[in-house]
Design a binder for this molecule. Structure first.
Ligand SMILES: Nc1ncnc2c1ncn2[C@@H]1O[C@H](COP(=O)(O)OP(=O)(O)OP(=O)(O)O)[C@@H](O)[C@H]1O
Ligand SMILES: [Mg+2]
Length: 319
């Protein structure tokens, strides 16, 4: 069976990573891919988008071809050491919650390494097929800083470990992460100074330092373009200060701000950002998610059918 693909969704806190994960998941499953979304934050927000109380460490099916799973780092580490030590009592002692932090501090990168290993097992073609396998795994990743740490781990290990199974595992992860046919990082931003700056910083590390494949950046929560250029000029000249004109001026300013940030992202990344609109109702519905996801699949990858490699190289905005 062919190996599956992985998408890592990242961005500053609160920019819409979970929302974009859900949108891409629904659209990819709708287009025929067996898709798994992985919640890493343990905040239940992915589950809430699908009206599920809580995700489990085993995948649960939430729509046709679409499953979701929660990953608890402490659970991954416990699992790893119980396989290593084979004495449950010892593992429990070692990993009671106080010592867990000490262990994670003593072996930096261990949690990240186990998380990446875990992600890869859902997409690796395995002869024995002991686990379910997915065509696509979408990781609702941690915020940018932590994501950079996560994706740097295989390279760091390769610098430290010269032989043996750990080097083998690191090589395997590195080849998955750097293969544009199998992996892509999707950076999500808002039309705000801090979010854009953080996106550009992440871009520099992931692309120029780690050589990872990135898609076009996404700007989430963008105001639609409601007025033509001549209408904008007329509204600006109009002296009416009433609420309708105020609302129109606000909408125009927000749109212009988004376009300014889109230009900055384009200059910094060389790619035209894909824009996701603001849902003004305050409630994001499944049909919003499907619509945004279908559009993003088409804009971020060469084809919406997920049949060829992610390109991220289109040169025009469609929103
Ligand atoms: N396009 C949108 N229109 C309106 N509201 C949105 C949109 N995208 C996201 N939101 C809202 O913004 C908030 C943050 O979104 P989300 O939880 O997806 O962000 P996040 O990056 O995953 O946050 P965190 O860093 O806390 O994990 C949520 O309340 C969500 O409903
Ligand atoms: Mg989130």
């Amino acid at each position: 069976m062919a190996a599956g693909r992985v998408i890592f969704v990242t961005g500053k806190g609160g920019v819409g990573k979970t929302t974009i994960t859900a949108a891409l998941g629904l659209a990819a499953a709708g287009a025929g891919s067996r898709t798994l979304m992985i919640e890493t934050a343990a905040d239940g927000s992915l589950a809430r988008l699908f009206q599920i109380e809580k995700l489990d460490s085993k995948p649960c099916w939430i729509a046709d071809r679409l499953a979701a799973v929660a990953v608890d780092p402490q659970h991954l580490v416990r699992d790893y050491f119980s396989r290593l030590l084979r004495i449950p009592l010892l593992t429990n002692r070692l990993l009671d919650s106080a010592s867990f932090r000490a262990l994670a501090d003593a072996a930096p990168g261990i949690v990240e390494f186990l998380l990446l290993e875990h992600v890869s097992t859902w997409v690796d073609a395995s002869f024995w097929q002991r686990r379910q396998r997915f065509d696509l795994v979408i990781v609702d990743g941690p915020a940018s800083g932590h994501m950079r740490k996560l994706l740097r781990v295989p390279r760091q290990l390769l610098g430290l470990v010269v032989a043996g199974p750990l080097r083998h595992a690191a090589l395997h992860l590195e080849s998955l992460l750097t293969n544009p046919d199998r992996c892509v990082v999707v950076p999500v931003s808002l039309a705000e100074e801090l979010a854009v700056t953080e996106t550009l910083e992440t871009w520099a590390v992931l692309r120029q330092e780690l050589f990872l494949p990135l898609s076009r950046p996404i700007i989430n929560r963008v105001f639609p373009r409601r007025f033509s250029r001549s209408e904008i000029e007329k509204i600006a000249r109009h002296e009416d200060g009433g609420p309708l004109f105020e609302a129109a001026r606000y909408a125009i300013a927000m749109r212009q701000e988004a376009e300014r940030h889109a230009r900055a992202l384009r200059r910094g990344t060389g790619k035209v950002p894909a824009l996701v609109p603001e849902a003004f109702s305050g409630v994001i519905t499944p049909s919003d998610l499907c619509r945004w996801g279908r559009r993003l699949l088409a804009e971020l990858f060469t084809d919406a059918g997920w049949g060829t490699k992610p390109s991220g190289s289109r040169t025009h905005a469609t929103h």
